[in-house]
Write a protein of this length. Structure first.
Length: 186
């Protein structure tokens, strides 16, 4: 993640957008359950909100520096931070009641890796487990934000089929033209 992008993801404005708009839009009336996995936690602003809604949160973060900072910041809270790749998570099969993936999938460098991550998420969810997430549409502004950074946009028109291929039953993808949200059940 480039410095400008990291500043945005750690900003009060991003935290407010997630709390006021994105999380309610993504969750709808769904409950996360007792044991939630967050994929691509970054600086942890979504983690802060998830831990208010679930008794246990496990946050996966690939970047060791971001993971270490999040681990320190979450000390004493029911959050386990794991430094790992979402395409090969060192987590048990069927453990989690829900998984959350907020504006992270586009950071995986290729569609095949994105699909491997979706398969891994399905693997670690228990039967009936819920995947919720959001990502941004492919826009010039998003491309500009990702200069010297990985940006492999997801086409929301194909995401439901990709989720089904990864092992999810029910899938729902909705776009507002700038961002899209997705929900799927294992």
């Amino acid at each position: 993640m480039n410095d400008e992008h990291l500043r945005l993801c750690a900003s009060a404005e991003w935290a407010q957008l997630v709390a006021d708009e994105l999380l309610p839009w993504v969750l709808g009336d769904d409950e996360l359950g007792p044991d939630v996995l967050e994929i691509g936690a970054g600086p942890g602003l979504v983690t802060d909100l998830l831990v208010e809604r679930a008794p246990q949160v496990t946050a996966i973060e690939l970047d060791p520096d971001l993971a270490a900072a999040l681990r320190q910041r979450m000390a004493g809270r029911p959050v386990e931070v794991v430094t790992a790749d979402a395409t090969a998570m060192p987590l048990p099969t069927g453990r989690f009641s829900a998984a959350a993936c907020f504006t992270m999938l586009h950071h995986i460098p290729d569609p095949e890796g994105q699909d491997r991550a979706l398969v891994e998420i399905a693997r670690v969810l228990r039967p009936g487990g819920l995947l919720v997430g959001t990502d941004g549409e492919d826009t010039p502004a998003r491309r500009a934000l990702h200069v010297d950074d990985v940006f492999t946009p997801i086409d929301p028109a194909t995401l439901a089929a990709r989720l089904s291929a990864a092992g999810f039953g029910y899938t729902d993808v909705e776009s507002n033209g700038d961002r899209f949200r997705f929900r799927a059940r294992r």
